[in-house]
Every structure is written in structure tokens, then in C-alpha cells.
Design a protein around this ligand. Structure first.
Ligand SMILES: Nc1ncnc2c1ncn2[C@@H]1O[C@H](COP(=O)(O)OP(=O)(O)OP(=O)(O)O)[C@@H](O)[C@H]1O
Length: 488
């Protein structure tokens, strides 16, 4: 006689991608660059093993901060009392690193992990669908079940899909329209620039964006940034100026000079008349509750910046951070080539802006290559290759513009020009330069190198007032001999 039939769960064990997870983590521990191949689509929740997901998240944070990601650096963040088989978690991580076979397979391992995650999700949907179809609740209809399952299937298909173009247009469009409508009605979604000309050329400042602002040394980056922070804070946006170059007190005095239109030189020497003193006092009163923070750093790393920014976001929230300036940040990964270290810095800043949902403006010093170009007959105008770190930084920047003030450049060049005898009826090169210097006094241009949305190439003119070290809209104060931007 046959044995009585027992109802048993005869389903095979679920497939998993544990080996791919181990191999990927090993690859990241050996070569941090592998992270950037996968970070765009692989998320910690895709790992079937929770510990693996946590390890991936921790390694990702270290790498995004430009720190080394090795078993030693990751150890302080591992659970000390957990075991994996007979190994401590630390011993397990050491083994993952030592058994890493190849780093070139990181992308394929990551795709395998996401695929396995998607299969598990599909099984979950299938079970739910089966249950719903069998015992359909009274408020459900088959159409409603189909619609809800279709939504979940679309989500699974989109998750982990790194190519935006493969999201179905018809699916993404309603969401995009909704979001745009919400954002347009929500004044808090975007931050304005302090001058309308800048907004027209660059668009508003968006959270999660990394914006590069380049100028020559002394070109006005610090002045511009303080004005922007003070302006945004005045409209309720929480703004922070991370100053690595000037002290917090110097920055505060400069911002006060701009806001109350008092000569910065007179504030510095404290030779203020009664009216100026009372204006300064008024600024002290009106600024006491402004959400404008000045953070003075000594030499610092990307990691210092991340820690400070995260703490500020947690304690009172932040909308805008301006960092003065890129060259002052110690580059990550000392063993790598300069170009890679620069890339790691800008990528880390971009990751920080995105993860904190804060707009970050990084100030970038322009190198002196323009001098050679000028000797060869070119204009003094900045180009992307003049950036500290070169034009390749463009990849990590959402918006990139230069503040171009030719005045100090002409002032620097004129005394270096060799004497020349003018031909009959012609001006010497020096005479031409002196004329141009006179014409560009107090003038500045915002040169748009990159704008993710919109046309690059617009270069509105603004003014720089050296007395208060502040920028303002170009009004009627143009000199009569104005010849247009191309002349400079
Ligand atoms: N305390 C000050 N007193 C007088 N003028 C100042 C003061 N600080 C800055 N300036 C002037 O304002 C102009 C713009 O300086 P700012 O510091 O904003 O430029 P920057 O681009 O940040 O320069 P750097 O890259 O060297 O820091 C310069 O001509 C500078 O000489």
C-alpha cells in the first residue's frame, strides 16, 4: 500500500546570487574604481544577503568620499559580534578581498545581482497575483488587479535599469509632468541666483546639482559666493559657505560690506563714519536670524566636507553649499594619477550633492594658460581647459560657468609689454590694451560653459564694484566706448 499522501512544500530552494555578491564586494575592495561602473544602478537593497547589502553601502560611502576602501578602513563600521559561519565579519571581509579573482567582471556581477533581485520580486508578484485571483476582495475587480500588477511589474523592470532611455516614454511622461507641475508651484524647489541675468543664463539652482564656478585668482569667486549665500538666506534658503581660504571672520566682514554697501577697506581698517557704523549695526541685527552659515576649514579632505555637510543637513537642513575652492581640498587616492584623483574629487562632490539633495557650488581656480594664448594672439576669455583639473571635470558638473573680469588681467599684462614704436597713424599694441582696460573697468561677464538644461553660450554682462567687492546688474553705467563683449 502506498504511504499516505502528505502535503509537503516541494518547491525547490530559491536561486540566489551569493557568489556574484561576494565577487563584486571583493572587486570593490581591490579596485575602488569598479564602484563607479555599478553605482548608477546597483543599490544595497538588491543584495539577497543583508550583510552584503550593508557592506556594499559602507564601501560605496567610503569610495564616494574619496577614502580608501579596504578591509582595514571598513572594519570600524562592521558589526563586531556577528559571525559568518565560523568567521568574524572582519575575517569574512578579508577573505572576500583575498579571493577576488577579477575586477573587470564587476559590471557583470552587478547585473547578475540585480537580475536575481528582479526574479525574486517577480516570484513575489506571482504569489500575490495568485492569492488575489483566488480570493478576490469585494472592492477589487480583475481590471484593478491587472492594473496594480502591471504597475509593480513596471517598477521591477525600471529598478536597476541604468539606461534612462529604456524606461517606457508613456510610463515616465505622466510622472515627469506631475513633478514639473509640483516644482513650478513650489517656490522652495529651486533657488534663485542673486542677479536675474545669471538666472537667465544658467537657470535656477537645483538641489542635487553640482555647479562649477571658475575665475582667475582675484576674479571675484569669493565675493560672488558670499553675495549668493546672503541673498539666498534672505529668502529663507539655508545656505553655507565652506571657506578653506579666508577665515570665517574675514568672510563675515566681506558679506557685511556687500550687504550694507560699506567700503571693505574701511571695515578692515575700522575707519567707519557714524552713518557706516549704524549701517553695520543694522546688518548685524537683520542678519542675526538668517540661515547663512560660514564654516571655516583648515586644509581639508572630501571626507571632512562630507562629514560637516551631513551633520548640518541632519541638525538644521541645508539647501545650498558653496565651497571655496577646489584646489584647497586635498585630493583623494594619493597613489593614483592626477587626472583620476581630480575625477574622484568632482565625482565625490556630485555624489554628495545628490545624496544630501543639496545644491553644491564648487569654486574653481583658472590656471595661467591664457597668458600663452594671449601672446599667440588669442583673447583673454576663459575656456574650459583653463580649469584646475582640466576640461574633463565637465562630466561631473551639472552647470559650469566662468566669471570673467578682464580688468585685472589687462592691468597685469600692460606693465609687462615691451616698448614699441607706433607706425604712422596706428596705435601700439600697448595703446590698444590701455584703451581696452579703460573700457572694461568694472565690467564682468558670466560665461556659460555647460548647462544640463538649456543653451550654453550665453554670456550676460554684469558689473563688479571693487569698493564693496560685489557684483550687480549692468545698468546705465556702461562706459561710452562700449564695443561689445567680443572685443575683450
Ligand atoms: N578684504 C579685501 N579688501 C579689499 N579688496 C578685496 C578684499 N578681498 C577681496 N578683495 C578684492 O576683490 C576682488 C575679488 O576678490 P575675491 O577674493 O572675491 O576673488 P577670488 O576669485 O575669490 O580670488 P582667489 O581665487 O584668489 O580667492 C579682488 O580684486 C580682490 O583684490
Amino acid at each position: 500500500m502506498n504511504a499516505p499522501f502528505h502535503h509537503r512544500d516541494i518547491r525547490p530552494a530559491l536561486p540566489d546570487a551569493i557568489e556574484a555578491e561576494q565577487a563584486l564586494l571583493g572587486a570593490l575592495l581591490v579596485n575602488a574604481d569598479a564602484y563607479w561602473r555599478v553605482a548608477g544602478f546597483l543599490k544595497p537593497q538588491h543584495f539577497s544577503d543583508k550583510l552584503h547589502g550593508k557592506l556594499y553601502e559602507t564601501l560605496g560611502t567610503l569610495i564616494a568620499e574619496g577614502r580608501a576602501a579596504t578591509p582595514i578602513t571598513v572594519k570600524p563600521y562592521l558589526p563586531a559580534d556577528q559571525l559568518v559561519g565560523e568567521l568574524t565579519v572582519f575575517e569574512y571581509v578579508v577573505r572576500l578581498a583575498s579571493e577576488a579573482v577579477t575586477v573587470s567582471g564587476a559590471y557583470d556581477y552587478a547585473r547578475g545581482i540585480v537580475e536575481m533581485w528582479a526574479r525574486h520580486q517577480l516570484m513575489g508578484v506571482a504569489q500575490d497575483l495568485d492569492a488575489l485571483a483566488r480570493t478576490m476582495p469585494i472592492d477589487m475587480t480583475p481590471e484593478k488587479i491587472i492594473a496594480s500588477v502591471a504597475d509593480r511589474l513596471t517598477q521591477i523592470a525600471q529598478e536597476g535599469n541604468e539606461r534612462a532611455a529604456s524606461t517606457k516614454y508613456g510610463v515616465v511622461l505622466p510622472k515627469a509632468v506631475d513633478k514639473a507641475a509640483q516644482d513650478s508651484g513650489n517656490a522652495a524647489a529651486r533657488l534663485p541666483w542673486f542677479l536675474p541675468e545669471i538666472g537667465e543664463a544658467l537657470g535656477d539652482i537645483r538641489r542635487g546639482n553640482l555647479i562649477g564656478l571658475m575665475s582667475d585668482s582675484g576674479g571675484g569667486k569669493t565675493s560672488f559666493s558670499l553675495q549668493q549665500c546672503r541673498f539666498a538666506a534672505g529668502r529663507g534658503f539655508k545656505s553655507a559657505f565652506f571657506s578653506i581660504e579666508v577665515t570665517d571672520e574675514e568672510a563675515a566682514l566681506q558679506a557685511a560690506a556687500q550687504a550694507s554697501r560699506i567700503s571693505l577697506g574701511r571695515i578692515d581698517n575700522f575707519t567707519l563714519n557714524t552713518k557706516e557704523k549704524s549701517e553695520l549695526e543694522a546688518e548685524m541685527t537683520s542678519s542675526s536670524d538668517l540661515p547663512f552659515y560660514i564654516v571655516g576649514f583648515g586644509e581639508c579632505t572630501l571626507s571632512d566636507i562630507r562629514i560637516k555637510a551631513e551633520a548640518m543637513v541632519k541638525s538644521h537642513g541645508l539647501d545650498l553649499i558653496i565651497i571655496d575652492h577646489a584646489k584647497m581640498i586635498t585630493l583623494p587616492n594619493p597613489k593614483d594619477m592626477f587626472a583620476e584623483r581630480i575625477n574622484a574629487l568632482y565625482r565625490g562632490l556630485k555624489a554628495l550633492a545628490k545624496s544630501l539633495n543639496v545644491a553644491i557650488v564648487i569654486l574653481i581656480q583658472r590656471n595661467d594658460d591664457w597668458k600663452q594664448r594671449w601672446r599667440a594672439g588669442s583673447s583673454l576669455r576663459p575656456v574650459m581647459g583653463d580649469a584646475y583639473g582640466g576640461g574633463a571635470i565637465k562630466q561631473s558638473l551639472d552647470v559650469w560657468f566662468s566669471l570673467y573680469r578682464p580688468e585685472p588681467l589687462y592691468s597685469e599684462l600692460i606693465p609687462t609689454m615691451p616698448p614699441e614704436r607706433a607706425k604712422e597713424g596706428e596705435k601700439t599694441r600697448r595703446d590698444v590694451m590701455v584703451e581696452k582696460l579703460a573700457q572694461c573697468r568694472g565690467r564682468a561677464w558670466v560665461i556659460n560653459h555647460k548647462r544640463r538644461r538649456g543653451e550654453p553660450g550665453r554670456s550676460p554682462e554684469i558689473m563688479f564694484d571693487g569698493e564693496f567687492t560685489m557684483f550687480k546688474s549692468a545698468g546705465e553705467e556702461l562706459p561710452p566706448a562700449f564695443e561689445g563683449f567680443e572685443g575683450f
